[in-house]
Design a protein around this ligand. Structure first.
Ligand SMILES: [Zn+2]
Length: 381
């Protein structure tokens, strides 16, 4: 499972005078296309390899680079990468080798630089929430991390609870009840403390709370404001014996509705900006033009849409059709999926991409985008 710690380690990594190799490759879902993967990665490594033999590069750096290339070649031969994409970060001389599976495709690229090239990875991962699920009652709590369809236990809290009071006198019982309240408060405080630690360490951005229907609201009330703001939803489950499949199904459903609400909000905001003449555009043609001139801040894409088009590799011009690029006059290259080319271009230019799975308002425009500056008129092709 990909953890926040791994991503963090990569993002903060510094080769300290040694080069870092970053390689991204699209991994086709169809195993019949794996030969193509082999060819693509090999050709990227062939471009890196001359650097490892270049005399102007420091000896230690060359050895490290050569080891990076060998290690990636070995990994390629094992054919273990999952469909989507793989991002590899290597700096053998400093003990870095990480393979990060990405659930969406990214543009193939190999970069050798002083720092890992992390942006495409972060942009893809940004689309997925990392949520913490806590199932809590008055004396115990169990905590899980849920990320990209994987559920993993990350902690347990068990506190003292008063046994059933067996006192006759009302006054004593009252005291016992107060004591019990005090203990459950102390327990909630311990759970909150654990949650705060986990949120810091693991980069969670959402919290999901399960437990007895009559206990969950009291726990939510107990959360500090910043944690309460991250609650994506609650569910009812027996906290004494939470069934994993049940926790998972509830958490998945909550995440899904949270995400779809978030998507709808994003679409609303962007379309409202278009309507009011603000910095946003709707429609594939406008977005392609905006993408051609690196104007896109956030691109919204109807998930699963594939449209053929053309690309000019010289100027970065993107369009649905046209043999000649109107910007530089060079011949264009046909692309089976211009929407994907656009998304990759936006990532390369520092923007973000959100795939919208559930909003009919994007069905006709296919794409919409918030932009960084007003667009110049589209050149006649
Ligand atoms: Zn051009």
């Amino acid at each position: 499972m990909l953890t926040a710690e791994t991503v963090d380690r990569i993002v903060r990594f510094d080769g300290n005078e040694l080069p870092v190799t970053s390689l991204y490759a699209h991994v086709d879902a169809d195993p019949g296309h794996r030969e193509d993967l082999h060819a693509r990665v090999t050709s990227m490594l062939d471009e890196v390899y001359p650097l490892a033999k270049n005399d102007s590069v420091d000896h230690e750096a060359r050895l490290s680079l050569r080891a990076d290339v060998d290690r990636i070649r070995e990994a390629l031969a094992q054919e273990r990468w999952k469909p989507g994409a793989v991002a590899i970060f290597a700096c053998s001389g400093r003990n870095l080798y990480e393979e990060v599976p990405l659930p969406r495709r990214v543009r193939d690229q190999a970069v050798v630089d002083a720092m890992p090239h992390v942006r495409p990875m972060l942009t893809v991962l940004d689309e997925y929430h990392r949520a913490c699920v806590v199932v809590v009652d008055k004396a115990s709590a169990r905590l899980w991390e849920i990320y990209q369809d994987e559920l993993r236990e990350v902690g347990k809290v068990r506190d003292r609870v008063l046994r059933k009071p067996n006192f006759a006198a009302w006054r004593v019982e009252q005291r016992v009840r107060n004591k019990a309240d005090e203990l459950s408060k102390r327990h909630y405080r311990n759970v909150v403390e654990r949650l705060e630690q986990l949120f810091r360490a693991k980069g969670f951005d959402l919290l999901i709370v399960g437990g007895h229907e009559y206990e969950v609201p009291a726990f939510i009330d107990f959360l500090p404001k910043d944690l309460r703001a991250l609650v994506a939803g609650t569910f009812s489950v027996d906290p004494a014996e939470p069934v994993l499949a049940e926790v998972r199904a509830n958490a998945d459903a909550i995440l899904q509705s949270y995400e779809s609400a978030q998507e709808r909000q994003l679409v609303s905001d962007t379309l409202a900006k278009v309507a009011s003449g603000g910095l946003a555009v709707a429609g594939l043609d406008s977005c392609l033009w905006a993408g051609s001139i690196a104007a896109i801040q956030t691109l919204l894409v109807m998930d699963g849409v594939v449209v053929p088009g053309v690309v000019c590799d010289q100027s970065g011009w993107l369009a649905r059709s046209g043999d000649t690029c109107p910007l530089c006059g060079n011949p264009t290259r046909p692309s089976p999926d211009i929407v994907d080319e656009l998304a990759q271009e936006v990532i390369a230019e520092g923007g973000s991409v959100k795939h919208i799975s559930d909003d009919e308002r994007l069905a006709e425009p296919l794409t919409a985008a918030s932009i960084r500056f007003p667009l110049p008129p589209v050149p006649a092709s």
